[in-house]
Structure formats: C-alpha cells, structure tokens
Design a binder for this molecule. Structure first.
Ligand SMILES: [Zn+2]
Length: 325
C-alpha cells in the first residue's frame, strides 16, 4: 500500500512538472537597461542565393547603426529541407558565411519553421551547432527576458494540422512530438502561465506562422483559434512571424495587437496577395528585406527595410509610463 502511494506520488509529481512552466528562459540584459534593439529576419537559408547575401549586407549596416543587442529569426532557417544533420555544410554556407558583418556577431534567437521540420530537427536544435558558430540558438519554444521586454518564442509548426495529414506529400521529422494534441495542449499551458506571470513592459510573441497575413499562406486558422486569445488576454504588444516571404504590418481590428511579418530573408516576389483580407492592413511589401525593433520605456519603433536598406515603412507604438490599473 505504502509502495503504491509512493508510486502515485512520483507519478503526480511527474505530471505536475510536465505541466509546470517548462519554457526555458534566457536572461539577456541590455546594454543600458533603458533600451533594446534587435533585427528580425525570416525564411532565409539559401547559401546566399535569391538576394540572401544582399539582405545580410544591409542587416549588417542597419545593425551597426542601431547597435543591436541580438537578432531574431522567425524560422525556415535552412532551405529546402532544414539540415540533414549536425555536419550539414548548409549551416555554415547559409548562416556563418553569410551574416559576417561585425554588428551581426551577436546572439541569434531562432525558432523552427515548417521547412526546418522537413530535415533533421534534432540537429538544428543541437548544442553542437553552437560549437561551430556560437551565435546560434534554436529551440522549439523558449523565453528571452531583457527586463524591458519579454520575448516568447513559440513552436508553431505542430499547430498546423495540414502537415500531419501530409497533403503536400512532404516528410516531416516529428521526433519529440509523440502526440500533436498533447504537445499543443502542454505548450499552450506553458505559454499561458508564462504570459500571466510576465511583468515586462513589452510583451512580444514570435512564431513562424502568421496569425494575420495577406500573403501566399495567409492567416493560420489554428493560431487564430489557440494563440490569439492568449495574446489578447495578456496584453501582448506584437506578434512577429515569417512563413510568408514578404514584409507586413497589420493592426488587429479588435485589440491593440500589431501583427508583423518578416519572412523576406531570401526568396520573395511571390505575387499572390490576398486582396480580400485587408482588414487592419497598414503595410505590405512582396519583396526581400527585414525589420528592426527599438524599444524603451515609453515607445517602440518598428522599421521595415528592403534589399537596399531603404526604409519602406516605419511606425511607433506608445506606452504610458504608468499603466492604469
Ligand atoms: Zn514556412
């Protein structure tokens, strides 16, 4: 009897810890504690082709100008099918040898995209890559805490049912995801708890797939259903994503959330814009480029750049010094 009670205790603890806040947290104190700046890039790894190198060059220039703290990658890091293993030369040919500017020698925080799941997912998540290039950090879901802002990185690919029914005939590496339903449910619980506990001035959520987009892939219904309600409840300021190979700024029509797409790191100019879904649209550019984010205690400035480093769109979001209760 005592033995079975002990067993029950262990099981309960295991279940409890499985549902506790499991999102790994990285502290990234900023230079001044009063401001933060970073670049956001998505859908890039093509060994420099499709203007990837040109975008990288301009990121280096803007990164220098803004004295960035780090770089965020919104996924689809390596085309066409992620990495084949830890020793895949694509890692260096598409990352280390491309983003060579001094200003980009900072930490890169990356999520996985659907193309990354088509390769050896565990290789891309492996600490071994950090031995090759110490800038690299890619995990499924995690938190970067800069004090001024908390950034929640969410693994969105497993949310999209289509990849599991394999309609397009691609193979995905689902190791580590035994049950889609349980994986999503646990992740949502972790995200809910982390957002609830967050006291950061700015809350930013990063995923690969768009919640709102008028590009080729468009809105992701699974994220509208599961993620968007959490963003609204906990007052998230920005949702940033890639997946559609374009740059976009869409304001939510029902809340203060701004949806920002930065998925233009290499191949772009797809040309199929969904003209019927333009509610809240502030800006859309179908070509290559990237985005910068600058934050302080009172305002955020978001800027989109093209392949020449020209500013395409800029906007500010203000925050009251003391938010009302
Ligand atoms: Zn994608």
């Amino acid at each position: 009897m005592a033995q079975s009670l002990w067993f029950l205790f262990i099981i309960t603890n295991l279940v409890f810890s499985a549902y506790a806040d499991q999102l790994q947290r990285f502290e990234h104190p900023t230079k001044t504690h009063d401001s933060l700046s970073f670049l956001v890039l998505g859908d890039w790894g093509r060994r420099g082709d499709f203007n990837q190198s040109q975008v990288a060059l301009q990121m280096g220039r803007i990164g220098e100008k803004l004295d960035i703290d780090f770089v965020v990658s919104t996924g689809d890091n390596f085309y066409e099918d992620g990495l084949t293993g830890e020793n895949d030369s694509n890692f260096e040919e598409s990352f280390s040898n491309i983003y060579t500017a001094n200003s980009l020698q900072k930490q890169w925080y990356s999520v996985l995209g659907n193309h990354d799941y088509r390769g050896d997912v565990l290789a891309q998540l492996s600490p071994f890559l950090r031995k090759i290039d110490s800038r690299w950090l890619c995990l499924r879901s995690f938190i970067v805490d800069t004090e001024l802002a908390e950034i929640f990185f969410v693994d969105t690919t497993p949310f999209v049912k289509m990849y599991f029914t394999n309609e397009a005939g691609h193979k995905y590496d689902w190791r580590g995801i035994n049950s889609r339903k349980a994986y999503i449910s646990n992740l949502l619980k972790d995200l809910d708890l982390a957002l609830k506990e967050s006291t950061a001035k700015w809350k930013i959520v990063i995923g690969h797939h768009a919640i709102r987009s008028i590009g080729h892939h468009g809105d992701t219904q699974e994220l509208i259903k599961h993620i968007l309600p959490l963003l609204k409840i906990y007052g998230v300021d920005f949702y940033m994503n890639g997946h559609d190979h374009c740059l976009e700024h869409i304001s939510d029509t029902e809340s203060p959330i701004e949806f920002l797409t930065s998925g233009a790191g290499s191949k772009a100019w797809r040309g199929d814009i969904n003209e019927k879904n333009r509610g809240g649209l502030k800006f859309m550019y179908d070509g290559q480029g990237f985005m910068s984010v600058q934050l302080n205690h009172t305002q955020a400035e978001i800027v989109f750049y093209d392949v020449f480093g020209q500013v395409l769109h800029r906007f500010n979001k203000l925050k009251q010094l003391h938010s009302s209760i």
